[in-house]
Design a protein around this ligand. Structure first.
Ligand code: ZN
Length: 284
């Protein structure tokens, strides 16, 4: 268990990150929630129905690992069950940030997988980002939607809801969300301009190697994926979960199909025209 001054420091950090989340537009009104571990069986968390931009240290609540509130005048967020699940599964994690950053959340609403092999920073800091299935927020079933992913990533999009990221400090947990939303914003902008160009596979491999050198664990760097290096940008980790959450590629092309089929719609149109032509010929 931390001492009083360490706990006060954590409380202040949660308030500071709350302010950044609100100012970034990652949590409208009272949305989003933050937590930090302060002992084996103690977690600080934000109260329900509070704007994250104006939190005071005295607003924060303390819960035990079963979710029971043990301190704080205000009622703890109901989404704390999600945070506790992450702490239970990942003893290395001491802080969790959950919010609704618009660009990343848009991918969760579109059920569109986040492309890999486009920009250096997200490839190095995030790796492959999964989209967890939708559940009604607040209950245990909602908290359990991340279980399938929590051991192989530190950043998860929650379908039709928001994001959650976690790490060894509040700052680190927050950074992941910021990197993710900036990346998603660039993807959306680039698509509006025209196409999204992928890096060459060997350049993407160099980024994965940098990720390793920076000390980020990534299953794609493990022996399990040794013979699947050509797939590192093809959603090799999480593609098998897509069916369950109705996730599919529709807005962004598969890795390295962008060059071969620069205009998929035109191609489909061409094929359709040829089929209609053939049918007409067989009619006569
Ligand atoms: Zn939420």
């Amino acid at each position: 268990m931390m001492n009083e001054s360490e706990i006060e420091e954590r409380k202040q950090q949660l308030c500071d990150i709350g302010q950044r989340i609100y100012q970034k537009g990652f949590a409208a009104a009272n949305e989003g929630n933050l937590s930090a571990k302060i002992g084996e069986d103690r977690v600080l968390c934000t109260p329900t129905l509070a704007c994250k931009g104006f939190l005071k240290p005295s607003d924060l609540c303390t819960v035990d690992m079963s979710g029971q509130q043990v301190a704080g005048a205000r009622k703890a967020t109901s989404e704390v069950l999600l945070h506790l699940n992450i702490y239970r599964q990942r003893p290395d994690v001491t802080a969790v940030v959950h919010c609704h950053p618009p660009h990343a959340t848009a991918f969760g609403v579109a059920r569109e997988p986040i492309p890999v092999g486009v920009l250096p920073e997200p490839d190095i800091f995030l790796g492959e980002v999964p989209i967890a299935p939708y559940e009604t927020p607040g209950n245990q079933a909602f908290a359990d939607t991340i279980l399938e992913f929590v051991h192989s990533t530190d950043t998860i999009i929650l379908a039709n809801h928001g994001t959650v990221s976690y790490g060894a400090s509040i700052e680190k947990a927050y950074w992941l969300t910021e990197v993710l939303d900036a990346y998603c914003r660039i993807l959306i902008l680039a698509k509006q301009i025209g196409r999204v160009e992928y890096l060459a596979l060997d350049k993407a491999q160099e980024l994965l190697e940098l990720r390793r050198q920076w000390g980020f664990e990534d299953p794609r760097n493990s022996s399990a994926y040794a013979d699947r290096q050509q797939d590192i940008c093809s959603h090799v980790q999480f593609r098998k979960t897509w069916n369950e959450s109705d996730i599919r590629k529709s807005g962004f092309p598969e890795f390295h199909t962008s060059n071969r089929f620069p205009d998929t719609e035109a191609l489909i149109e061409q094929i359709a025209e040829r089929v209609v032509e053939k049918l007409r010929q067989s009619d006569t």
